[in-house]
Design a binder for this molecule. Structure first.
Ligand SMILES: CC(C)(COP(=O)(O)OP(=O)(O)OC[C@H]1O[C@@H](n2cnc3c(N)ncnc32)[C@H](O)[C@@H]1OP(=O)(O)O)[C@@H](O)C(=O)NCCC(=O)NCCS
Length: 167
């Protein structure tokens, strides 16, 4: 899609996966290794981003990663992602992780916001569809996305200073 073309408005798709936590997903005290969880969250978020944009999408940043409750070996986890905010070439995806132990109760364990940038085959950023915001939940999540973007802009300035001054 070109920048001056009228942008499509699209509802967020949902990407979702479930899996059982095995010993090779855990750390040396038997709970799920954070890096492995982030990898899975990034993958499900990436599927959601691709379904929404219809292009390739790369992870540009991960915001507000929360490890709220430990996940144990043998737990069943479910990872769900949806688009909560769109810019021009970027989008923010909310990814949540719940666990089930031995009942069907789903306990929230982790949540993060992944910022993806849509790219063409040469790796150049391209315009994304605009998010259709309808329900009250959509509106609340969109406001969170706006707040994250505002914070990112400040962090980006600090990062540029760090690069320049080799901090
Ligand atoms: C992400 C990437 C494509 C951005 O390229 P770029 O030339 O800096 O992009 P631009 O300056 O044209 O910005 C395009 C959009 O990306 C956003 N963006 C760029 N860097 C960002 C960052 N670090 N965090 C959040 N958003 C970012 C911009 O704000 C802009 O958003 P908007 O169009 O909605 O306003 C580039 O930095 C990159 O390739 N990074 C490596 C990605 C990667 O390897 N990820 C891990 C594996 S998937």
């Amino acid at each position: 899609m070109q920048e001056n073309e009228k942008r499509l408005k699209r509802k967020s798709p949902e990407a979702r996966t479930s899996l059982m936590v095995f010993p090779n997903d855990t750390n040396d005290f038997g709970t799920m290794y954070g890096g492995r969880l982030i990898e899975l969250m990034d993958m499900v978020g990436g599927i959601c981003a691709r379904r929404f944009t219809g292009t390739k999408a790369v992870t540009a940043s991960i915001e507000d990663m929360q490890f709220y409750k430990p996940i144990n070996k043998g737990d069943i986890i479910e990872i769900t992602s949806s688009v909560i905010w769109t810019g021009t070439k970027s989008l923010i995806i909310k990814t949540k992780v719940t666990k089930e132990e031995y009942t069907e109760e789903k306990i929230i364990c982790s949540r993060a916001y992944f910022c993806f940038v849509a790219i063409d085959l040469e790796g150049k950023p391209v315009v994304v569809p605009e998010l259709l915001v309808e329900s009250l939940t959509d509106k609340k999540n969109y406001a969170i996305g706006q707040e994250i973007r505002k914070r990112q802009k400040l962090e980006e300035k600090r990062f540029q200073i760090e690069l320049k001054e080799n901090l």
